[in-house]
Design a protein around this ligand. Structure first.
Ligand code: BTN
Length: 259
């Protein structure tokens, strides 16, 4: 079982005032956090689960969540213009990748937009969801899923080739509490930086340094179309810039395949 005191002791946040909610089996920590934010939860509320029965991934996919992984949702109440909200996904991916690197030595990098990669295999992902009441945004829930102490044999067949786990790569278990507090601290530091400078430039610079998509030949599904080209960068709002045979396109969302 996760030990909340170990997480609490490791927290060194400046902006976020973390309130930890540790739960056993839930449908989805993001669903719980969204409900709590609608009911007025403060910034920094963190929900961590032992496992999830209906973990949600990006693009309406399922996030397979057996015991051993880290499943955590952090609530933010950004004081920035709403069009910037996708950038919190990139920010959180940078933070989680740093936490993985620093605690394990594994060379975690990023695939656009928010996939946390070990080599060409995905070890974690971020689902950031905006919570609105009527027209106004009342917060963002950052859902972080990392295949941490998950035996690779527990990964479902359909992702066995494309996914990996920290346990599989390292050959030993690591502390989920440590990954949780390091990730929260790393998000906090970046949020503080963005708010102090009113700029996401440092986040975009870090993302560009850490990503493995820009410079690559890629394929992306856009609705029913398939776009092929070279990833050449990201826009100030985090969309992927792709140079195709018919000109440059900017993709706000999508699933990238490195080819
Ligand atoms: C992705 O598809 O890459 C994003 C996966 C995000 C999964 C996490 S696990 C904790 C949180 N709760 C959810 O239901 N999803 C996110």
């Amino acid at each position: 079982m996760l030990d909340s005191q170990v997480i609490q002791r490791g927290l060194k946040t400046v902006v976020l005032k973390p309130e930890l909610i540790l739960v056993d089996t839930v449908d989805s920590t993001n669903s719980i956090a969204k409900g709590l934010i609608r009911r007025g939860a403060s910034e920094g509320l963190v929900v961590v689960a032992e496992n999830q029965l209906s973990g949600q991934g990006r693009q309406n996919r399922r996030w397979h969540s057996p015991v051993g992984g880290l499943y955590m949702s952090v609530t933010l109440r950004p004081r920035l213009s709403p069009e910037k909200t996708p950038l919190f996904g990139l920010l959180s991916a940078c933070a989680a990748a740093e936490a993985v690197r620093e605690m394990s030595g594994l060379q975690a990098r990023l695939k656009w937009p928010n996939d946390i990669m070990l080599g060409e295999r995905k070890v974690g992902g971020i689902l950031s969801e905006v919570v609105s009441v009527g027209e106004s945004i009342c917060g963002i829930v950052i859902g972080i899923g990392i295949n941490q102490n998950t035996p690779p044999s527990r990964l479902p067949d359909e992702i066995r080739e494309s996914a990996t786990t920290m346990l599989g790569e390292l050959g030993r278990e690591t502390s989920r509490e440590e990954l949780a507090y390091r990730t929260i601290n790393a998000i906090d530091r970046r949020v503080a930086n963005v708010e102090n400078s009113s700029s996401f430039s440092p986040v975009l610079d870090e993302w560009l340094k850490t990503n493995t998509t820009v410079g690559r030949q890629i394929r992306v599904h856009e609705g029913t179309d398939m776009i092929e080209g070279t990833a050449v960068g990201v826009t100030p709002l985090g969309s992927l810039r792709v140079k195709t045979a018919t000109g440059e396109k900017e993709l706000p969302i999508g699933d990238v395949l490195h080819v």
